[in-house]
Design a binder for this molecule. Structure first.
Ligand code: UDP
Length: 244
């Protein structure tokens, strides 16, 4: 039988844990891990919005993403001035995914910053960042309501993301680095809890893929996201509780 390096079946996620309450000062923060990939996602709230939104009564959400130097097998120098192209692309992906989760009018003229820092990278950091950032965002929104700053919950949609790919001709869910680096096709899928697609980024790295492969990868991603939605909901249901 076909075995993945860590013994998973093609449609298995890596074990997921989402731990809340890990930072004192951030109104929303989670430590999220999927196997050996581990990130800190923190949401902080700032009064005011960027210039282009001023006076519109609308809020804004913006995301940052960085890999800590020791998060990779070869030390990755800190991005002290600006992120590299990959980092920029990932920031924008996280920002788009979270803005669609929120009714920005309900947020009022304030900005939520989402900071995603990779503590350890073993593939799938951008998708795990989206999944963790959504929980951090939901916690920050809860703080805004609890403190009476806003009335209605601005988070109107649950969002999670997962990677899929084709390795040695087989569609696989949630690629670890060893699989990712050998993948013929690599795809990142962002979904909502109603099973609709928010973003699909797929690239044939070695061999072009067939429509049937695409359908199989999307089916795997849908099943994976369903489990991630449950993990997110469990994390929100209780403080400081790791979830599986
Ligand atoms: N990676 C690395 N150093 C880098 C970029 C990536 O070691 O500068 C590794 C890391 O394990 C990462 C994986 O390559 O998770 C896949 O990178 P990719 O750009 O596909 O993003 P990801 O899968 O993390 O979203």
């Amino acid at each position: 039988m076909f075995r993945r390096p860590d013994g998973r079946r093609p449609g298995d996620l890596r074990p997921v844990t989402i731990e809340t309450g890990c930072l004192k000062f951030a109104p929303g923060a989670v430590l999220i891990s999927a196997g050996d990939t581990r990130l800190l996602c923190a949401a902080t709230i700032q009064e005011g919005v960027p210039e282009f939104l001023k006076g519109k009564g609308c809020g804004w959400i913006t995301a940052e993403y960085a890999m800590l130097p020791a998060s990779t097998p070869v030390r990755k120098p800190r991005e002290t001035l600006k992120p590299d192209g990959r980092g920029m692309e990932i920031r924008r992906l996280i920002g788009r995914a979270l803005r669609i989760a929120v009714d920005l009018k309900r947020l009022g003229e304030r900005t939520i910053w989402i900071d995603c820092d990779v503590l350890q990278a073993d593939g799938g950091t951008r998708t795990l960042a989206v999944t963790g950032a959504w929980v951090a965002l939901a916690l920050a929104a809860r703080t805004l309501r609890r403190t009476g700053q806003i009335e209605a919950d601005p988070v109107v949609r649950q969002v999670a993301a997962v990677s899929v790919g084709i390795v040695a001709g087989r569609p696989l869910l949630d690629l670890a680095y060893a699989e990712d680096s050998a993948a013929e096709t690599d795809m990142n899928v962002v979904m909502d809890a109603a099973g609709r697609f928010i973003e699909v980024q797929g690239t044939a790295e070695k061999t072009p893929f067939e429509q049937a492969d695409l359908d199989r990868m999307l089916a795997l991603a849908r099943a994976g996201c369903r489990r991630l939605f449950r993990a997110q909901a469990a994390a929100l249901a209780g403080p400081r509780r790791p979830t599986a």
